[in-house]
Design a protein around this ligand. Structure first.
Ligand SMILES: [Fe+2]
Ligand SMILES: [Fe+2]
Length: 370
């Protein structure tokens, strides 16, 4: 509906008179159907009923997310600047420059999709509470990477170039185009037909498993590889927080997908499985193109062949989380990523007990594979 029509509805001015609401609980402020009459989470509308709570698991996830509260100001980049100046080899510097260039826009793209697609179509007020919190976390990530780039790249021209990477660096542009393609593939208006809902599911699955769950997890692997060599501890410290956030974003999306699967199992047919597998393959190829650029100058200890295996291993994990067969059968070549999960968990609780009294009781959801 055009903006002018929206304004007419809001003010009661103009003509013609508005037709009946498009559906219960539309975006013009008509009331949502009461919870009891709401049959499925993807049924169009803006349900407002929190009691009785239809999907308490999303409210629990919202509360868990708040336990992982951090600020950008507490991340100290001073050691990183020494490392960049004195310890990093040229090939490692190239790796970092590509990595920060990807970080410059990645989380903004995710935030945009959250607002433009996820918030509208996931019709549960408790799930929308989680999405509100996720939106804040994405803004925090954007702020973190902004601060990182400002610290790492003091020269104004070089900094502008890093922020323009999405236009200038083909491998980063290719990843962004992948994101935009799926961001733009959700039908306009309400999700009425099974095909509409499948297209929305493809968007949700793309952002959770291909973008947050693969593009970002690959980026984390580069950061933790450098940390395993004792380099860039400031970046690694901030990444620990982002890693937990992203794991939770992915778990939330997987829970939404499982909810839809329980409510509308007919959507999860062989056709959807094939479409998901093809999309995941496309994501692995895009990320591998980025890896070839990022590792192109030869980083000792991290080969493009191993990175390909790592991407395939992660992609298989994501397919398995979606209940689909593995596509690659590769194992994880990066031991430092296997350690990540255990180390993360203990660090988190130690630090949280001493520094963050925001109600941690040992029940935060993690991606158990990492
Ligand atoms: Fe993020
Ligand atoms: Fe995220």
């Amino acid at each position: 509906m055009a903006l002018a029509d929206d304004l007419n509805l809001a003010t009661g001015l103009g003509s013609p008179a508005p037709a009946a609401p498009e559906s219960p609980g539309d975006r013009h402020g008509h009331f949502a159907t009461p919870a009891a009459a709401q049959s499925n989470i993807l049924d169009p509308g803006f349900n407002l009923t929190l009691r009785p709570m239809r999907y308490p698991q999303f409210f629990e996830m919202y509360k868990d997310a708040i336990k992982n509260t951090w600020t950008v100001e507490e991340i100290d980049f001073s050691d990183d600047l020494t490392d960049l100046d004195r310890k990093l080899m040229p090939a490692e510097k190239h790796m970092i420059s590509r990595l920060v260039a990807f970080f410059a826009t990645g989380d903004s793209i995710v935030a945009n999709n959250l607002v433009l697609n996820l918030y509208e179509h996931i019709n549960s007020p408790e799930a929308r509470m989680y999405l509100s919190r996720q939106l804040y976390e994405e803004a925090l990530h954007v702020q973190f990477y902004l601060n990182l780039l400002d610290n790492y790249i003091p020269d104004a021209d070089e900094r502008a170039e890093a922020f323009a990477a999405i236009e200038n660096i083909p491998a980063i542009r290719a990843k962004a185009e992948f994101c935009f393609k799926w961001m733009g593939d959700v039908p306009d208006g309400q999700l009425q037909t099974p095909e509409d809902r499948k297209r929305f599911l493809m968007n949700l699955i793309c952002f959770a498993t291909c973008i947050e769950g693969l593009f970002f997890f690959a980026a984390f692997a580069y950061v933790y590889f450098l940390r395993s060599k004792g380099l860039l501890n400031g970046l690694a410290a901030g990444t620990n927080w982002v890693f937990r956030d992203e794991s939770m974003h992915m778990n939330f999306a997987l829970e939404v997908i499982n909810t839809v699967r329980a409510e509308e199992p007919e959507l999860f047919d062989a056709d959807l499985g094939e479409r998901i597998t093809a999309m995941v393959e496309e994501a692995v190829d895009a990320e591998f193109q980025f890896a070839e650029d990022l590792l192109g100058e030869g980083v000792p200890g991290m080969s493009t062949a191993d990175t390909r295996l790592y991407l395939e291993f992660v992609a298989d994990q994501r397919l398995a989380q979606l209940g689909l067969p593995k596509r690659y059968g590769s194992s994880n070549p990066f031991a430092f990523m296997e350690l990540q999960d255990v180390q993360e968990l203990s660090n988190f609780f130690e630090r949280t007990v001493s520094a963050y009294q925001v109600g941690v009781e040992g029940d935060v959801a993690f991606d158990e594979e990492f």
